[in-house]
Write a protein that binds this ligand. Structure first.
Ligand SMILES: [Zn+2]
Length: 225
């Protein structure tokens, strides 16, 4: 299969979560719609984000393209959420009681700005109890490959990095985001992590760090059907 189906990880009747591998061409909107259709979703419900590495998380009722946004939540059955990544974390969220679901894009900038905390706050504003929320982090750059300089490492607790060469550090982005989720009240056992490293697994994933400006993107898709 040229994509990962995380639906069984959630095990919630009717809720689906997918992540494309590099074999899926999602280089433009039309291709992304084709991928969405291939997953038996209606592309007319698609929500896309103009991602800017912010901590902006919005609640949506309607399909369309959102400017300057890196996270989105909804409870609409016809809505299909999407984000694109290449090293950043695709974070899937769902409240198994209210049906609200979300998708977040987080690199170090989003994490430093607290996007995990902001996302859970958006759920709480809809009446969510945090013990009902399930989270899943998809493939992203792991500590083995995520070298950062002092200007970045200074923005995080030393707990989330280990020493690299000279003043460089190796950063655990998934760990930093997970901490925000647990601090917001999610149960540790409700946070699932795909340990795949996008930089290491060149045959499966694009990596912005590895491939540079010409890097493609993977697309995360989630919704009810
Ligand atoms: Zn790696």
């Amino acid at each position: 299969m040229n994509y990962i189906d995380y639906s069984d990880w959630f095990d919630i009747d009717g809720f689906h979560a997918f992540f494309s591998k590099k074999q899926v061409d999602c280089s433009n909107i039309e291709k992304r719609k084709e991928f969405v259709e291939s997953l038996s979703f209606d592309h007319n419900g698609l929500v896309m984000l103009k991602q800017v590495h912010s901590n902006q998380v919005r609640r949506v009722k309607n399909p369309g393209i959102l400017e300057s946004t890196d996270g989105v939540i909804s409870n609409q059955k016809g809505i299909v959420l999407s984000v694109q990544v290449a090293d950043c974390i695709p974070l899937f969220l769902v409240d198994q009681k209210t049906g609200y679901f979300g998708l977040i894009h987080s690199g170090w900038r989003g994490a430093a700005a607290g996007i995990g905390t902001k996302a859970i706050y958006q759920f709480q504003k809809t009446g969510s109890h945090t013990e009902d929320i399930l989270a899943l982090m998809g493939p992203s750059i792991n500590q083995c490959c995520f070298e950062i300089g002092p200007q970045v490492s200074n923005r995080f607790d030393p707990y989330f990095y280990i020493k690299g060469t000279r003043d460089r550090k190796m950063f655990d982005l998934k760990g930093a985001l997970k901490y925000q989720l647990t601090k917001s009240g999610l149960e540790v056992g409700n946070i699932m992590i795909d340990d795949a490293c996008t930089y290491c697994q060149e045959e499966l994933y694009f990596s912005f760090r590895r491939d540079g400006d010409k890097s493609g993107r993977m697309v995360a898709i989630t919704g009810w059907r």
